[in-house]
Design a protein around this ligand. Structure first.
Ligand code: TEU
Length: 560
C-alpha cells in the first residue's frame, strides 16, 4: 500500500495545453518551443512532471484529441527536433515529460480510417463498423445501431453511404472509436507507446482509457446515453494490463482519464498489484454543480455532496491501495475559482484561489496543476458565442436553443460550462496579448491579465503564485502529506470540508470554508495546541475553542 505513496506522494504534475501555453513563432498558437522557453519558470514553481496535451499530427477538430499520426509532430506545434530539444532541456531542469495517448479513437483522417473507408477489410476491422439496413441511403440511412449519444451531442454513430455501414464515435464524428477487441489494434498501440518510450519520456496520460472496451452486443440504452454499456467495459482491465506489460511501462508514471468511473474500478486501475496505471483521474467531484447530472443545466455547487465524494474517494482508495490524481482543473473544465468561489473582488479572488489549491494539495494522492491555475486565472469575460472556439461549446449553444432556451440563456450556460473557459492563453504579462504571442492569439485573452499575470505574481511573495509555490514545497518537505493516512472530519457547517492526515505521531488537520460567510467549522478543541501550517489570511493564531472560518478561509494545523 505504501508503494505509490513512496514514489508519487512527493510529486506534483503540471498540465500544459500546448495550444494556449506559449507561442514562439508568432502564429498565435502555442508550440513546443514555447514550452522550452518557459522551463525556468516551471522549475522555479517546483513541479516534477509536465503532462503535455497531444501535439501529434491532427486536423484539430478537437484540438489534437483527433490524432492522424501518433508518431509525428503537428507542424503548427513544431518539429520532432523541437520535441527532442524540449525533452533534453526539461531533463536538464529536472522535469520529466508525460505524453498524452489518445487511444480510444483516431481521427477519421488517420491512414487506418482512410483505408477502412476505401473498403480494406483489414482496416475496417480496426474500428467499430456495423452494417446498415440493405435499403439504407445517404438521405435515409435508417436508425443507427444504438441510440447512444455522443459526448459532444447528437448520435454516437455516423453513416457511411459508400460502405453502407455505421461507425461508432463516442466523441466528434471525426473521432472514430478503435476496436480494442482486435489484437492487431492493440499491437499497433503498444508500438506507439514504445516509440515515445524510446525517446526517453517519463510517462504517459491515457485519454478516456476506461472507455476502450465496448460490449459484445449493441443494445439501446433506455435509461441513459449509453455510457453504462461502455464505461469500465468488459475487457478494460485485461487490455490495460496487456498494454502496460507489452510496452514495458509498469514502472513509469502513468495516469488514466476515467470517465464516469467507480472506486472499485479505480482501485484495479491503480493498485500496484494489478500492474495497470499509477493513478487515475475521476470526475464525480466536478459534477456537483450539474443540475440532475446534466452539464448543460446550472446549479450552485453542492458542498455537502463535494465533501462526501472527496471522503469516499480519499478514504476508500487508501483502504484498498489505490492512488488518486488530485485536481480541480484541466483543459476540459471551467476555471475552479470562477466555479467554486467568488472572483468578483481582488480579495475574494485571492482567498478562493488559495483555498482551492490548499484543499487538494494536502490530500493523499498526486496533485495536478493546470496551466494558469497557479496564477489564479479565471474564466474569460467573453461577450459573444463567436469568441468561443470549442466544437462542444458550439454544438451545445445550438442544442440548448433547439431545446427551447433563448439565445441569452444558451450563452449564459455555455459561458459557465465551456471547455474554452480554461483554454485562454496563459497570462504571462500585462501587455495586450499577455506575452503569449506577438500576433493575434487563436482565442481571446481575458481582460484581467493586466493584474493576474506571471510577471507581477512571481515577483510578489504574497501572490497566488507564491502561495502555490509554497504548497509544492510543503509536499516535498512533509512526509505526512506524501504518505499519511487520510480521514474526513465531522464539520459544523454545510459550507465546510475538513480532513486529517496522520503519519506516525504527526497529524495535520485541514479545514476549508467554501462560502462567503463567517462559519463555524470544527468543534471546540479540534485544533487546540496545533501549530499553523497553511493559512490564506494573515492574522491566524492557535485556536483552543471552536474553529471559525472567515469567507473562503482555509487553515491547516500540524501536531508533531
Ligand atoms: O476528455 C474526455 C471527456 O469525456 C470529457 O472531459 C469531455 O470533454 C466532457 O465530458 C465533455 O463534456 C478527453 C479529453 O480530455 C478531451 O479534451 C477530448 O475532447 C476527449 O477526451 C476526446 O478525446
Amino acid at each position: 500500500m505504501a508503494n505509490r505513496a513512496r514514489t508519487l506522494g512527493n510529486k506534483v504534475v503540471y498540465q500544459i495545453y500546448v495550444r494556449s501555453f506559449q507561442d514562439s513563432d508568432g502564429d498565435g498558437i502555442g508550440d513546443l518551443r514555447g514550452i522550452t522557453h518557459r522551463l525556468d519558470y516551471l522549475e522555479h514553481l517546483g513541479v516534477d512532471y509536465l503532462w503535455i496535451t497531444p501535439f501529434f499530427v491532427s486536423p484539430q477538430n478537437d484540438n489534437g484529441y483527433d490524432v492522424a499520426d501518433y508518431r509525428a509532430v503537428e507542424p503548427m506545434f513544431g518539429t520532432m527536433d523541437d520535441f527532442d530539444e524540449l525533452s533534453r532541456e526539461a531533463e536538464a531542469h529536472g522535469i520529466g515529460l508525460m505524453l498524452d495517448m489518445v487511444f480510444n479513437h483516431t481521427s477519421t483522417s488517420h491512414e487506418w480510417f482512410r483505408r477502412a473507408l476505401a473498403g480494406d477489410p483489414r482496416y475496417l476491422a480496426y474500428y467499430k463498423f456495423v452494417d446498415a439496413a440493405p435499403d439504407a441511403t445517404a438521405e435515409n440511412p435508417g436508425v443507427p445501431p444504438t441510440n447512444w449519444v455522443s459526448k459532444f451531442g447528437g448520435s454516437a454513430w455516423e453513416y457511411v453511404p459508400s460502405l453502407n455501414k455505421w461507425y461508432l464515435h463516442l466523441f466528434d464524428k471525426s473521432q472514430a472509436d478503435l476496436d480494442w477487441d482486435n489484437p492487431e489494434v492493440r499491437a499497433e498501440l503498444v508500438d506507439v507507446v514504445r516509440f515515445w518510450k524510446a525517446k526517453g519520456v517519463s510517462g504517459f496520460r491515457f485519454d478516456v482509457v476506461n472507455l476502450i472496451s465496448k460490449p459484445a452486443v449493441w443494445e439501446d440504452d433506455h435509461e441513459g446515453d449509453g455510457r453504462r454499456f461502455y464505461t469500465d467495459g468488459p475487457h478494460v482491465h485485461e487490455y490495460l494490463q496487456e498494454l502496460v506489460r507489452e510496452s514495458g511501462i509498469d514502472d513509469m508514471v502513468t495516469v488514466g482519464e476515467m470517465s464516469s468511473t467507480s472506486i472499485d474500478n479505480c482501485v484495479r486501475y491503480t493498485n500496484p498489484d494489478f500492474h495497470e496505471l499509477s493513478m487515475a483521474f475521476s470526475f464525480h467531484h466536478l459534477k456537483v454543480d450539474y443540475l440532475n447530472g446534466d452539464k448543460w443545466a446550472l446549479k450552485d455547487p453542492d458542498i455537502p455532496e463535494l465533501r462526501a465524494i472527496f471522503r469516499d474517494w480519499q478514504e476508500q482508495m487508501t483502504e484498498q491501495g489505490g492512488w488518486n490524481a488530485l485536481f480541480w482543473s484541466n483543459h476540459d473544465q471551467p476555471r475552479p475559482n470562477s466555479r467554486f468561489g467568488d472572483v468578483s473582488t481582488p480579495d475574494s479572488w485571492r482567498r478562493t484561489s488559495e483555498l482551492l489549491g490548499t484543499c487538494i494539495h494536502l490530500m493523499r494522492g498526486t496533485p495536478y496543476i493546470y496551466q494558469g491555475e497557479e496564477l489564479g486565472m479565471t474564466n474569460p469575460d467573453f461577450r459573444s458565442i463567436d469568441e468561443y472556439r470549442d466544437v462542444e461549446s458550439k454544438n451545445y449553444y445550438e442544442i440548448l436553443q433547439e431545446e427551447g432556451k433563448s439565445a441569452e440563456e444558451a450563452f449564459r450556460i455555455v459561458s459557465e460550462r465551456s471547455r474554452d473557459d480554461s483554454r485562454t492563453p496563459v497570462q504571462w504579462d500585462a501587455t495586450p496579448t499577455a506575452g503569449f504571442t506577438t500576433s493575434t492569439p487563436w482565442i481571446g485573452v481575458p481582460s484581467n491579465h493586466v493584474t493576474v499575470n506571471a510577471e507581477a505574481e512571481v515577483a510578489d511573495p504574497s501572490s497566488v503564485w507564491s502561495f502555490y509555490q509554497g504548497l509544492i514545497r510543503l509536499r516535498k518537505t512533509e512526509p505526512v502529506i506524501q504518505e499519511g493516512d487520510v480521514r474526513f472530519l465531522p464539520v459544523l457547517s454545510d459550507a465546510v470540508i475538513a480532513y486529517e492526515r496522520t503519519l506516525g505521531s504527526t497529524r495535520v488537520v485541514v479545514a476549508c470554508n467554501f462560502s462567503g460567510d463567517d462559519v463555524a467549522a470544527l468543534a471546540a478543541g479540534a485544533v487546540a495546541d496545533g501549530e499553523v501550517l497553511v493559512a490564506n489570511y494573515a492574522d491566524v493564531a492557535a485556536e483552543r475553542g471552536e474553529l471559525r472560518l472567515r469567507p473562503y478561509e482555509v487553515r491547516a494545523y500540524v501536531w508533531r
